[in-house]
Design a binder for this molecule. Structure first.
Ligand SMILES: *Cc1c(COP(=O)(O)O)cnc(C)c1O
Length: 492
């Protein structure tokens, strides 16, 4: 399987090369040349194991990797004690089924991929025979940062540098990142928002002069964001796994479609659902749930992507995004893989902050549905779900639940699988506030209080995080990201 650029500006590369590069030098994202059909051998859902699904799906796309090595990576990523037993359990909550993706080491769904990505990357570097140090640049809206730090820390041949918006992540998310140990980890708070971080990082990737300087020093950039194929691919697996559990729990007839509702920021998670659908998993509609930053809701309905709008900080910070990177990969498909057309739209986005794609919009109608929830609607979903079902939602999942409600009211829905992306203990203030409980006092105390109020145990990844020493202190202006990277790498 080879990988091509969404902007028709690169020759096809192997999977290993796509993962090693992270994104297309000069802009654009790598996508697989085709989507292999996949039907798990073990019946129609009831016996699908995570392990087998992951090995099969990775194998179909990573044809230049040794299957035995892939199996060992899957085993080490998901069965080495990082995840509790269910890995990604489906829990029925009222008329919805919730796919819990936060049972990993940092309590957010990013772990599902990022326990594997570093293994895929180091194998690709080894295979390339180049003795280069790989420098992972990460822009994070909160959860990717910590998950990537945990995945990449102390991995030989790698340095990881994480940028997060100084006021744009939750206090617990910030603490989680700043206490990270490891001799190859760097974390900087940026005075700006997530889009500033992401745009700056993408510019560094596209900077040819810097690339030459890095090469001379024996280094090369790569990415742990969902622009990297090695981060996106593992996410296809849990849609199959979730479907299989819905079948085994009697929530859907084998082979019948389900709709999925995904709380969306960078469009990576929902894109993985789309890819699963292309491979033959019976997913009906993909419902894209946004918070008050509803650029995607508008784009999906109108075909007009307009990032020139106010940026709101919300209680679901991982979705506070105006430029959803992976929408480009989806758009590429809706444009019938016309890379020139896709490049044109993204040049327009870079120049003007907006583009219109009415023909593509006509293609996704019936496939993609968008909705958004206000802060109040999100909080109401937390309160209502708790009251009715004694199930505790985090504020991101709450946005999805609120949008699922709108969706049911407006459309004929198949059985719904709602993707839950974070443990509520990552956002205790929002959860307590929605439940009408006391939110005074330090953040660490809020986790324990949320546990007392609900009887839910604090997620193991978050126990005692406020007692750990802070190891990272950098704070930089948004124009300073390039200089910071050069300083860390000793290039200036
Ligand atoms: C990253 C994240 C999202 C958004 O996922 P994308 O793949 O960027 O769309 C949603 N919720 C949480 C908790 C996240 O960490």
């Amino acid at each position: 399987m080879e990988y091509i650029s969404t902007r028709a500006n690169h020759q096809p590369v192997s999977a290993g090369e796509a993962i090693r590069l992270g994104m297309v030098p000069g802009g654009g994202l790598f996508v697989p040349q085709s989507f292999p059909a996949y039907q798990p051998a073990a019946g129609q859902g009831a016996n699908w194991s995570y392990d087998q699904l992951a090995r099969d799906i990775l194998g179909l796309y990573l044809t230049d990797y040794d299957p035995a090595a892939l199996a060992a990576m899957v085993d080490a990523a998901y069965y080495g004690g990082q995840f509790d037993a269910g890995i990604a359990p489906v829990v029925p909550v009222g008329e919805n089924a919730i796919l819990e993706l936060w049972h990993g080491p940092t309590a957010a769904f990013k772990d599902m991929a990022l326990q594997l990505t570093p293994r895929l990357l180091t194998a690709a570097v080894a295979q390339s025979g180049q003795e280069q140090e790989t420098v992972i640049l990460v822009a994070t809206s909160g959860d990717t940062g910590k998950a990537a730090l945990e995945g990449f820390k102390n991995v030989p041949g790698i340095k990881i540098i994480v940028f997060y918006p100084a006021q744009g992540v939750s206090p617990i998310q910030e603490l989680q990142m700043r206490v990270t140990d490891g001799d190859n980890t760097y974390v900087a708070a940026v005075e700006g928002n997530f889009d500033d971080c992401q745009t700056a990082v993408k510019q560094l990737f596209a900077d040819a002069a810097l690339e030459a300087k890095l090469a001379a020093a024996g280094k090369r950039f790569s990415s742990a964001n969902s622009i990297n194929w090695g981060r996106l691919l593992p996410q296809i697996v849990y849609y199959y796994y979730g479907y299989g559990q819905m079948v085994s729990q009697g929530l859907v007839e084998p082979g019948r479609p389900i709709d999925v509702v995904v709380p969306t920021g960078n469009f990576g998670n929902i894109l993985a659902a789309y890819y699963a659908q292309r491979m033959g998993l019976p997913l009906g509609r993909l419902v894209c749930a946004s918070n008050r930053n509803n650029v995607l809701t508008e784009a999906i309905a109108s075909g007009h992507y307009n990032s020139r709008r106010p940026f709101y900080k919300t209680t679901s910070p991982s979705m506070d995004i105006l430029i959803s990177s992976n929408f480009e990969r989806f758009l590429f498909e809706m444009l019938d893989r016309d890379g020139q057309a896709c490049a044109g739209l993204y040049q327009q986005l870079a120049a003007t902050g907006a583009f219109a794609c009415p023909q593509a919009q006509a293609r996704w109608e019936g496939l993609l549905w968008g909705g958004c929830a206000s802060e109040e609607e999100g909080a109401a979903a937390i309160a209502q779900t708790w009251k009715q079902h004694h199930y505790l939602l985090d504020p991101h999942t709450a946005v999805a639940v609120a949008v699922a409600q709108q969706y049911r009211q407006q459309q004929e829905a198949a059985p719904l699988l709602i993707v839950s992306t974070a443990s509520p203990f990552k956002f205790p203030r929002a959860a307590l506030s929605a439940l009408g409980a006391d939110t005074s006092g330090p953040e660490g105390a809020l986790c324990d209080r949320l546990s007392q109020v609900t009887g839910w145990p604090v997620h193991p990844a978050l126990q005692g995080v406020e007692q750990k020493p802070l190891r990272h202190h950098a704070r930089i202006p948004r124009e300073g990201i390039g200089a910071y990277v050069e300083e860390v790498l000793g290039l200036r």
